[in-house]
Design a protein around this ligand. Sequence first.
Ligand code: ATP
Length: 292
Amino acid sequence: MTVKQFEMISIKELNFSYPKKPSLCEGLNLQLEEGKVIGLLGMNGAGKSTLMRLMAGLLKPVSGEVNFGIYPTFDRAVPFLNQMIFVPEKVSVPEFLSVKEYVGVYKDFYEGFDLDKLENLLVEFKIVGDQRISNLSFGQQKKLQIAIGLSTGAKLMLFDEPTNGLDIPSKSTFRKVLSGSLQEDQTMVISTHQVKDIENLVDQVIVLDEGMIKLHADLAELENEFVFSQAAKAPEGAIYVESHLLGAQYIARQFESVGDLGGSPDLELLFNAVIAGKLTGEFLSTQNQVTS
Ligand SMILES: Nc1ncnc2c1ncn2[C@@H]1O[C@H](COP(=O)(O)OP(=O)(O)OP(=O)(O)O)[C@@H](O)[C@H]1O
């Protein structure tokens, strides 16, 4: 018998378009398992935010399914909503409230809300809790929303471009607070086109292009199958090469890398290879499947 890891999000044969707009995706299928931090990558307009909003139940599929466990997300059933947090790219926080009052709304809604964690995160982000939200800058409001999101204990965390609008120290604070902050039954999807911001943070990447999932991969699995490296000259048979003044950055299959073990996947190189159509498909580990 094969016991699969719990499927947090299951998207089947999804078709979606905005009213009076051409189709954004047709027949899209995607399964997200629990316990993963997933980078959702794509160029401007690829549909990352739209896919996130479909997962959050804010948009209705034209046809097909987007489910969280047994719940179609667009039904916005309470057992789904209090297991999910969506932090949009442009946060909209009610300015008439104080930080404490705003936090109270989330604390009451999410059963597993961790107030101690939130207080620590606010210290990390240098946000004082007893002030009015109208006193916070846009970047500070975004950090407040991120801190709240991480403290909800929600099983599904959808963060759309979380690092956009953050200053450089806050980006590294974001990286610091995120690494190791997730429990095994939580899944986080982070959409971005700034791949450097999520390097070494994510377990999986999804590359969305022209409404299609061009790549869905565990980074560990990619590392097993491919070498990401640089050299004066790329090896014969490298599947993707970027030439630079001092040599070449390349992706090669393990058996063609002539002893070069390479390093962990360079997300920018990976992204470019996917967009160029040189590395596409599904590379998912089977280690989460228990066979008895
Ligand atoms: N509310 C809307 N109404 C109509 N069209 C929309 C709406 N929101 C997005 N679109 C269109 O859908 C497409 C995908 O947009 P989306 O915001 O999902 O892409 P994205 O990958 O998140 O882009 P970016 O990286 O620039 O944020 C774009 O062509 C956009 O113009």
